[in-house]
Write a protein that binds this ligand. Structure first.
Ligand SMILES: [Zn+2]
Ligand SMILES: [Zn+2]
Length: 245
């Protein structure tokens, strides 16, 4: 299994899980053209896409991807918020697993400033159980038997507090970020709350351009977990197999 990051962050989010015979797209927050380029204009192995919520940086290509024949799965709240009526865009309920090609997918609810945001648990025999969480200031669950993790680490409390006190950040924006995105500390707490013994990779995504520090984030999570920690970058591809235990 390979994980490709087409882009990550408020400029756009899109990740590919590629088993060699089946490709699941996580988020459609980039132009469809960028996805096509990453796939060498060959969409035949694409089995579908999951979208977490209605913000532009996660769903920009929904219209064009559905017109290109890609089946897209998201919450009913997201579909309502976007007023979509394509038969390619399918509402799925939280806490019920279903198959997309070779992948078993289970949506769960997260906490973000939008209508019905989802995170996803994804299973494939090559990568095991993958936790995918973004745009959530808190995750109310723990997850059993994890093998790989893709999780938001948006901002550092200290960087944001310093900017606010220095007058470089408005109270409005600070409060919005804190009530919608995942801080490094919350990300660390989430990792601490879960059993990581079979986890191979932890990929940190959706880092804030101005309130994060990738080197510090990577080191802190590495020191805490002892795992392979990656910062999601444009056009990055990593091996995303599960560790053979
Ligand atoms: Zn976002
Ligand atoms: Zn969002």
């Amino acid at each position: 299994m390979k994980l490709t990051c087409i882009n990550s962050g408020s400029a756009g989010n899109c990740y590919l899980l590629d088993s060699g015979t089946s490709i699941l797209i996580l988020e459609l927050g980039v132009p469809l053209h960028d996805i096509k380029v990453a796939l060498n204009f060959n969409l035949t192995h694409v089995c579908g896409a999951v979208v977490t919520h209605e913000h532009l940086d996660h769903r920009k290509a929904i219209g064009n991807a559905s017109k290109a024949g890609i089946d897209i799965y998201t919450s009913k709240g997201t579909i309502d918020a976007l007023n979509i009526s394509s038969h390619r865009v399918k509402a799925v309920p939280a806490m019920k697993s279903f198959m997309i090609g070779e992948f078993r997918v289970m949506p769960f609810d997260v906490r973000h400033d939008c209508k019905e945001p989802f995170g996803y648990m994804i299973h494939h025999e090559q990568c095991g159980n993958v936790l995918f969480v973004t745009d959530s200031f808190y995750v109310p669950y723990t997850f059993p038997n994890l093998n790989n993790i893709i999780v938001e680490a948006n901002y550092c409390e200290q960087i944001m507090a310093d900017k606010f006190l220095g007058g470089d950040l408005s109270k409005l924006i600070r409060d919005r970020v804190m009530k919608s995105h995942m801080s490094l500390k919350t990300c660390q707490d989430l990792l601490r709350a879960n059993d990581l013994k079979a986890v191979n990779n932890i990929v940190l995504i959706h880092l804030s351009d101005s309130n994060s520090n990738e080197k510090v984030f990577k080191k802190k999570i590495q020191d805490q977990t002892g795992k392979n920690v990656h910062i999601a970058k444009k056009n990055m591809t990593i091996d995303f197999s599960k560790t053979p235990f």
